[in-house]
Design a protein around this ligand. Sequence first.
Ligand code: L34
Length: 296
Amino acid sequence: MAAKKLSGTKVARAMRKEMAAEVERLKADHGVVPGLAVVLVGDNPASVSYVSGKRKACEEVAINSLEHKRDADFTEEALLELIAELNADPAVNGILVQLPLPDHIDEHHVLDAIDPSKDVDGFHPINLGRMLVGEECLLPCTPHGVQQLLLRGGVDIEGKHVVMVGRSNIVGKPLANILLQRKEGSNATVTVCHTRTPDMAVHTRQADILIVAAGRPNTITADMVADGAVVVDVGVNRIEDASRERGFRLVGDVDYAGVREKASLITPVPGGVGPMTITMLLHNTIAAAKTAHGVE
Ligand code: L34
């Protein structure tokens, strides 16, 4: 029997409705309008598209979004200066520097320069450290979005065997940590696989919940998935396709057509994790604004 589809678009829509109401309340009761600064260096087409999705999502819930677009030759020094300005600007509650950055800029220098209280990506070592020890913090958006998508999709994570494929700083490592927290909505047994894992299928077949963030199409095929598994596809890959208006189509890291015949529940691409990532960014921006203004 084919899997049910777990739609991130639907869950994101419901969450954004709640958030719009909360932003309205913040404004009415406290005169606070959350502000998000989005910094984009260069013109990577995928980044341009994601940033535009973030702007539209902000509009949807009435968060003030301020875009700072710079040419690809923008220096690291100038970028650090811009971040210092945004750190000091009280109208800015969240700062997001879209990744990847051009090669001449050291990503760590940049992420470390963001005020942790405005780090709505949750990429600052302070927030990642707090996450690791289970303290309150701004959580990275894609991992938090995956957890929310599972929970709101009715998937019980407690005690389940989660197999994470991928160990990036923005998905695999933080998501593995979130799901193994001693907290409600987590408490999973977590295995992490990566490019140096011999015979990955041995592990992926053991998964109750298989989460894939490998950055490569068809990383997971039907033979690598247990009957009835829940499969979350975090990948977003552009495949050239002349029959499409944009000249490409999006596929995940999972062979969707094959795997949906084995899984019980599966997230699509597009319309799966992507919309959740953006929704958790809104969540973090609202949370940062509340903290900055001492609200609740
Ligand atoms: N700083 N850099 C920073 N923060 C992030 O959280 C990200 N990420 C990743 C890349 N770089 C980043 C994103 O925003 C990936 N990512 C992201 C965000 C949104 C979507 C995909 C990736 C998304 O909305 N995907 C849609 C399709 C969009 C399209 O048509 O291009 C989907 O339905 O999957």
